[in-house]
Design a protein around this ligand. Structure first.
Ligand SMILES: [Fe+2]
Length: 188
């Protein structure tokens, strides 16, 4: 008989899982977790590049803060894997890879200054929105799968991503966008 607790004692999900008993969702959860694990780790390398290209002190400090938050978020994803008795494994997130690459392009094309800062914020907010969507979904999946502790950890990260997004909006709208208006900025 198929039961909801199809996760075996050693935590490995079974290949014969059916999508009718919650296991399909469990596998999807695991897949998405591997995706966000890759994304967070990639961000710990991408954010320092954004910091080195940013001009506004407010933006630099917001990015620095988010870098240390991101490092904690990587650990938190590892904790979720641990709770599931699954070894942490990353699976390349093509979407995040693309968002990061687009950000790098913007940084190359815009000269140092507020226009480039506005571009960095645009890329960083796309990152945040992807993460908000991912963590929102992971959190909902964890809740329905009865993984309460995992859901709590994921909800914590979800809140941090929302805060980071709001902070970036505030920085852009309070000064950077207007200052970028009076710059030439883009090289092509
Ligand atoms: Fe994150």
């Amino acid at each position: 008989m198929k039961t909801k607790s199809r996760r075996s004692q050693d935590g490995h999900s079974r290949k014969s899982a059916s999508s009718h008993d919650g296991n399909g969702l469990h596998e999807l959860f695991e897949m998405e977790l591997k995706d966000i694990y890759w994304a967070e780790k990639a961000l710990t390398k991408a954010i320092p590049k954004m910091i080195s290209k940013a001009t506004s002190e407010k933006l630099v400090s917001a990015l620095e803060e988010h870098l240390s938050v991101t490092e904690k978020q990587v650990r938190r994803v590892e904790q979720v894997f641990e709770l599931m008795n699954v070894p942490p494994k990353a699976k390349k997130c093509e979407a995040m890879d693309g968002i990061i690459k687009e950000g790098e392009e913007i940084m190359k094309e815009a000269e140092k200054g507020m226009t480039r800062d506005a571009g960095i914020i645009s890329a960083a907010q796309k990152v945040e929105h992807y993460e908000i969507a991912s963590y929102g979904t992971l959190c909902a999946f964890a809740k329905i799968l009865g993984m309460d502790r995992e859901a709590e950890l994921l909800a914590q990260t979800l809140e941090e991503e929302k805060e980071a997004d709001a902070k970036l909006s505030e920085i852009a709208e309070s000064s950077i966008n207007e200052e970028a208006m009076s710059e030439h900025g883009m090289t092509n």
